[in-house]
Write a protein that binds this ligand. Structure first.
Ligand SMILES: [Fe+2]
Ligand SMILES: [Fe+2]
Length: 233
């Protein structure tokens, strides 16, 4: 193998070798992203923190059939939100050129995995199923994350901040809609609400720019479509 010696005496691999290395790392990144998508949509995520529902003396409150159905539908919506969070964070991590921000975004995705696991667990216990459209939700959120990431780190962080704020408000609404007797789901949603507020604060502190009003309004509309459809499908 022929190496070129620069003035600073550093060994530099020939162009073809650098191209191969770059292609190999692109393939690795693609496979990593695909693996993450498949595990999010069809896998059984494992939480690193126990679900808040586990800390309750009795996590299964006696619910009527109608209450179980409604709680299941609401938790399906929240599970979809966490599927989307995985897609957004992974896409934004894939598009940033800042290695430190990339690591932070991937760490945030890891934290969101707890939410994904907790909501999936509630679905199982309520006898409800995840959304049949999760592949679609994941793809749409991933595309949005890529767009936000390509706009630059400050806008990308601004997108995280606004998303987390809207999710926090949405979860607050669910706390008033979930059956009073479903203390397990309520504990999970309350903890997620606090976590999402912390994520928004982190994105703001990291330099996220406030999004323009039309962008916020569009995000509200997209979220409304998602929550309405996922409630049923
Ligand atoms: Fe979350
Ligand atoms: Fe979050």
């Amino acid at each position: 193998m022929v190496f070129t010696l620069r003035k600073d005496a550093a060994l530099v691999a020939p162009h073809s070798m650098r191209s191969n290395a770059s292609m190999s790392s692109s393939v690795d990144a693609f496979l990593g992203t695909l693996d993450s998508a498949l595990r999010t949509i069809w896998g059984r995520p494992r939480a690193s923190t126990p679900s808040p529902a586990q800390a309750l003396p009795s996590s299964e409150a006696p619910l009527s059939a109608a209450e179980r159905k409604e709680a299941g539908a609401l938790m399906r919506v929240n599970h979809v939100g966490e599927v989307c969070a995985q897609a957004l964070y992974c896409a934004q991590a894939a598009t940033t050129g800042n290695p430190s921000l990339k690591q932070t975004l991937l760490r945030a995705a890891q934290e969101e995995t707890d939410h994904l696991s907790w909501t999936r667990d509630r679905l199982d216990r309520l006898g409800a199923r995840p959304s049949l459209l999760n592949p679609l939700w994941y793809s749409g959120a991933f595309a949005l994350g890529m767009i936000a990431g390509r706009l630059g780190d400050k806008w990308s962080l601004g997108f995280v901040q606004e998303t987390e704020k809207q999710v926090e408000a949405h979860l607050d609404g669910h706390l008033s809609r979930l059956p009073v007797g479903d203390i397990a789901s309520r504990a999970v949603v309350a903890r997620m609400k606090a976590d999402e507020a912390a994520h928004a604060a982190w994105a703001s502190a990291a330099g996220g720019l406030p999004l323009p009003a039309p962008a916020k309004a569009l995000m509200h509309v997209a979220a409304r479509v998602m929550t309405t459809v996922a409630h049923h499908i």
